[in-house]
Design a binder for this molecule. Sequence first.
Ligand SMILES: *Cc1c(COP(=O)(O)O)cnc(C)c1O
Length: 390
Amino acid sequence: MKGRKLLMIPGPIEFEPEVLQAMGMATTSHVAPDFIEVFGNSLELMREVWKSPMGQPFIVAGTGTLAMDMAISNLIEHGDRVLIISSGYFGKRFEDISKRYGANTTILEAPLGEVVSLDSIEKELKTNQYKALTITHVDTSTGILVNPKPIADLAKKYNTLSVLDGVCSVAGEEINQDEWGIDVVLTGSQKAIGVPPGLALLIASQKAMEVWENRKTPVCNYYADWNNWLPIMNAYEERRPSYFGTPAVNLIVALESSLKIICKEGMDKRVKRHRGLAMAFRTAIASLNLKLLPKTNEIAANTLTAVYYPKGIDGTALLSKIANDNVIVAGGLLAEIKTSYFRIGHMGSVSSNDLISVLAVLERALLDLGHQMIAGKSLQTFQNELLKPD
Ligand SMILES: *Cc1c(COP(=O)(O)O)cnc(C)c1O
């Protein structure tokens, strides 16, 4: 009995042992040659993961929310119009942030379990000149996956900047930042990128950097201002010492380690692994007479799954039974339905064995609570899905 727990929430996730070891190394000076090299490498590796050879990467201590804040505060000036395309809790966060910087916001909210239609987005873009639009790639509150490409195409057509919240998608879902022409793709370290919480990461396009350079008013956020951070990123990339705010040395060492693991696997293979496991997992969940929050498979995320509690089953009791079996899953997050569903994260280092453990523990808990199902059904389904040829 090791009392090992399996952390299956949508971030923080289970981290690779090498990443945790890297994190535990003796802290060096932030201007030590070795660390400068690590920082520079990390910036370069980010471009590979984001598929943005032309973009400007930023690595700053903070959370995913800081990355959202950084994108909006640098690109938006008082009175600018921002179109928020929302499929849950994190979409609305963009509205709050944009308003804080004086933006004139319009929010298009998807019906529960669905995505916002392209028609309604185009109609808005035709009606008003928007400075930027925001997309939540995977909304972690609903497990909804949005296809960013056609939205980025519309943004280009109507001369609007596109900002993609990739906190629950970067290094898990398909992203081609430069090819798709997305102006900012942002994330936080603790999700699919596989590093303990504490880093805000983003890549801005050349167009985004030009828009920022041509601002008429100063950025209304001192810490997030690219004026402070761009020279630092440039210095590290040119392998020169520099200072604005002390970088999170150990986290950045861990980041380099994780980015190397990701690039070694290769982004295409990594996306395919996430997709294969997620599809098999959704089929297995459905075989237990459980309902998923996303209405169709095409808009279901591959980094997490949101599942309704079955009728007559007490959600709190279910989650505590699962936790007692040393598997940690997450409850609901979207206020309207918070107590009627739960979420399982499956991103980063996730393997089929992890998901088999989740299914086994979930089955026992459901059977214990009297849910009508056949014991072993989801395990059998999962195995059969995995054994199917591609
Ligand atoms: C987790 C998450 C965030 C917020 O990230 P923090 O690191 O918690 O600040 C934002 N957007 C999405 C889609 C997320 O999953």
